[in-house]
Every structure is written in structure tokens, then in C-alpha cells.
Write a protein that binds this ligand. Sequence first.
Ligand code: SR1
Ligand code: MG
Length: 433
Amino acid sequence: MLTAKANREGSVTDRSYEPLTIDTLAGRLGQVPAVVRRLGADTGLWEVREVGDGNLNLVFTVRSPHGRLIVKQALPYVRLVGDSWPLPLKRAFFEYHALIRQAERDPGSVPEVYHFDEAQAIIVMEYLTPHVILRHKLMAGARVEGLAQRLGEFCARTLFRGSDLSMDTARRKADAALFLGNVELDDITENLVFSDPYFDAEMNHHTPGLDPLVKRLRADIDLKIAAQELKAAFANNAETMLHGDLHTGSIMCTDSETRVIDPEFAHYGPMGFDIGMLIANFFMAYYAMPGHIADARARADYQEWILATIAGIWESFETEFSRLWRTERRGILFQASLFEDQGDDLGAEQALARRLAHVWRDTLGFAGIEMIRRTLSLAHIAENDTIEDEALRAACEGRGLRLARILATGRENIAGMGAVLALAREIERKDWT
Ligand code: SR1
Ligand code: MG
């Protein structure tokens, strides 16, 4: 049983953990000042809906004539699988701590947190409207203005400002220690992302038409070594606080505004992990388009928009990261005392170029690994899952797997985004059936 704990507003949760329901939510949160301030005290006017469609948690929308908000509550098990897979509630604690850090490091990028109750694993936060999950927009062939720039900036600001390049030793060590506690979610990533796809793991599933390709990938020694080297980087290279699950289901957009949600997998790891996972999900959407846009011309236009978005994310990341390097590098690594303070601006620029090259290689590798796991492991993507024609789905997923293998194993030798996009287009043009 969980014990009572002080929540963020200093009031006390005097009951042991209990999942909320649409019927109990108003009674349970009707006394919480931060909630009442936004919805009003008359809970009879609150309209509660359960809207969670993610893999892990309960998510409610609550509206009243006065306002609206989101209530997210962790369940003690993996929602996608059921209570046979227990999962600790403390992931809400890590999500809360990640959200407040992201809000500080990139203001306006994440929903505002109104209230956190650790014992109940509840986060009450801003209701983003009329935002929808980016993955759904991609399936509908919708464009989002400024998407690439915003996502690149989010990556640069959160990854730079959570790292040794920005933080002092005491803060950096305290944060790394705090997020080290997110053990069970790290364990999910370490297994589902880096290991399960490469053997016949229990929860794996894939489209039957991929059988021959899957067999080849599981016998591919270079690929398995690449996956394990990247797993070592994820587990050992505590470069910064990552979002940890930065796919297109963790992003909400209007036609022109972008926000990032759901950082419960927050983890101190390599910068390229977030960027790689992000662009992997765009590449998979690119290959899934034959299942979503029938008109060849419209499809090709939209696919080019997706590729331009991928290129734009990296470009925006590089630009903003470089700006932060030149203006905010006050942490424990690459101190100005060794470079600019000695008049060695060139040295600082060389070091920056080397850091960016390192992040680029990791980004490509993690992008490949993410595409493979979203096709062969437990958690797939809606863009592919909703393609009913199995042969077509296998063709789309197969193209993604081909690009993925090249990115993961060839990450040291792919010079720039132009080469990656050319490869992506070449694979898309071929009929692999
Ligand atoms: C059991 S959780 C499966 C996946 O869902 C989350 O969104 C993460 O991506 C995780 O790997
Ligand atoms: Mg999530």
C-alpha cells in the first residue's frame, strides 16, 4: 500500500492509491485548490471523459463552464498488456519532474502543470485545445506550420540545458541521480527497443509478409552488434535529461502550434536518442503513406513535406544547439576558460562541430533502431497498424526496415541529411515484393 504524502500544494492525500473513474474523479479532486480555481467548486457542473489511448495510463478531460484541464493518472500495470505486467506508479513522479524541467528549459513547449499528487500518481495539467496528436495529423495528410523548427528547438534547448554543457556539477549530479530511479521504464526501453526485435521475444509481433526479411535481420550480426552498441550508449552515456519517448504520439499540434507531452520515460542518456526516435517516426509515416493517401500526386507531395520536416528538425536543432553553445556554455564541459577566454574561438567552434558530428551519428543509429522496434517488437505505430491490406502494410514496413538497417549499421559513414533523404527516396521507389 502506498502511504500518504504531501502533494505539491502542501495538502495531504489521506488515502492509499486508487485509480480514478469518470464517476469518482469530481469527488476526489473537488477539494484540490489548483483544480477548483480552474473549474469552479460546483463539481456537479464538471464534465469528465476518459480519453487515454496511450500504452500506459489513464487520461481524463474535465470541463466546466469555467475552464478545462487534463487529469493523467498512472496505473499500477501496463495498460496495453493488462495487470499481468505490473508497472510502478512512480513514473508519474518522473513525468512531473521532467515536465517542470522542460518548461524551464524551453518555455511554452509542454503543458503547464497545475497540480501533482505523488501518492495517487496524478498530474493535473493544461488541456491543449484544439491540439491533436501529431501521429493522427500525419495519417490525415495534414501539415503543421513551423513544426520542424519548433521540434528542433525543443530538442536543442532541453538537451543542451539538461546537460553538462549547461549545468553545474551539483545540479547535474542531483538530476542524474533523480532520474536514475526511473528503473522500470528504462528496463522497458532497454528490452523493447534494443533487444526484443532481434530474437523471438514473447511479446513480439509482425506482419506475416515480413517473415523472410525478419529472419534475415535476426541473423544479421552487424545489425545485432549495432543494436547492442546503441543500447550501451543509451544505458551508459548520461549526457542529458532525455524526454525518453519522443515519438509523434508524444506531440500535439494545431495547424501552427506544437507542444510536447508525456515525458514519463525521462532518462539521462545520449542526446541522439530523442532526435533519432523523433525522425524515425517521421520516416515510418513517410513509408506508410501508400496506406493513407490514394492519389499518387498528393501522396508524393505530402511525403516530400515529411522529408522536409525531418531535414528541418535536424537543421533547427543544429542552429539552436550552436547558438546555445556560443552563448550559454557555462557548465562543467568545454569551459570557456579553455577556449574563448584564451582567444581561442576557433577551438570552441571545432569542439562544437565534433559534438554535433557525435550527436548526428547517434541520431542515425537510434533512428534505425526505433524503426525496427516499432515494426517487430511489442509497440507498433498506428500509421502501419491501420493499413488493412496486409501485403501493402508489409511493403510499407519492409521499406522502413531497409532504411533502418542502413542507418543503424552505417551511421559512422553517412555524411549528411541530403544523403539520408536520397536513400529514403530510393528505397520508397523500389517495389520489394
Ligand atoms: C509497454 S510500453 C510500450 C511502449 O509505449 C511507450 O509509449 C513507449 O514507447 C514504450 O516503449
Ligand atoms: Mg507515452
